[in-house]
Design a protein around this ligand. Structure first.
Ligand code: DGL
Length: 267
């Protein structure tokens, strides 16, 4: 099936999921939307995130996508389950796959979750992990300043190290051995987070399991694209084409030479 996979996030974070889709599903065409005009989602209400997610799904459907990936933990936590029934194509978020990875990985039965305020307050990671293994203790910490640091490209910076220490010092007493990067922006801060948490803590990036889950769904439904010589990747944003393009070229293994603007409010 040649139709593309639609992927979205509030900004550049979902590119970490696209990167994984490119690795695991190299024959698939992808259409990405980053809501750069309205980022961050993490501090917004459920109602607002639901409204934005619905507009984006409507936009992606105009592109005739065959499946949709909520490459945003906040939208996965606050909007996905409510919208699932209305979407008659395969749809996958990042929270369930991330929770599964963490539950499988922890030996000490102590898992940390970092994410936006919306994701952490929703308690969704705790719920999913404890459903898989009730013996696991889950400790969550919202890190609201991580998203603007990433959007500003401050991936290796003294300010970022300071913020990592400020937020993550609260997790140290819990002796977690797995830390879920519960926001798709955070894998871009993998290095400073790893430096601070140390070797004993595995950083869980839900993108890997999400791409794997997507592959399984498409395979089961016989919707995978056959071997293809020319795969297309299309990028849309709601604002800030140039900075998005520069970012995408840092993060992705392909050359992104065109990014289009969409008036997302009109969907
Ligand atoms: N990257 C998103 C997430 O995974 C949202 C970040 C934000 O917009 O606050 O939660």
């Amino acid at each position: 099936m040649e139709q593309a996979i639609g992927v979205f996030d509030s900004g550049v974070g979902g590119l970490t999921v696209v990167r994984e889709i490119m690795r695991q599903l190299p024959n698939e065409n992808v259409i990405y939307f980053g809501d750069t005009a309205r980022v961050p989602y993490g501090s917004k209400s459920k109602q607002t995130v639901l409204k934005y997610s619905k507009q984006i799904v409507r936009f992606l459907r105009t592109k005739n996508v065959k499946a949709i990936v909520f490459a945003c933990n906040t939208a996965s936590a606050l909007a996905l389950e409510e919208m699932r029934a209305e979407i008659d194509i395969p749809v996958i978020g990042v929270v369930k796959p991330g929770a599964k990875m963490a539950a499988d990985m922890t030996q000490t039965k102590s898992v940390g979750i970092i994410g936006t305020e919306g994701t952490i307050k929703s308690g969704i990671y705790t719920e999913y992990i404890r459903r898989l293994d009730p013996a696991v203790t889950v400790v969550g910490k919202a890190c609201p300043l991580f998203v603007p640091l990433v959007e500003e490209g401050l991936l290796e910076d003294r300010i970022t190290d300071d913020m990592v220490e400020r937020y993550l010092s609260e997790l140290k007493p819990y002796n977690v051995d797995a830390l879920v990067l519960g926001c798709t922006h955070y894998p871009l801060l993998m290095n400073p987070i790893k430096r601070y948490m140390g070797e004993g803590v595995t950083l869980v990036n839900p993108a890997y399991e999400t791409a794997k889950g997507l592959k399984e769904i498409l395979k089961t439904k016989d919707m995978l694209n056959g071997k293809s010589d020319k795969v297309s990747y299309d990028f849309y944003v709601s604002d800030g084409v140039d900075s998005f393009k520069a970012f995408a070229n840092e993060v992705l293994p392909v050359n992104v030479d065109e990014v289009k603007v969409v008036d997302i409010e009109s969907y």
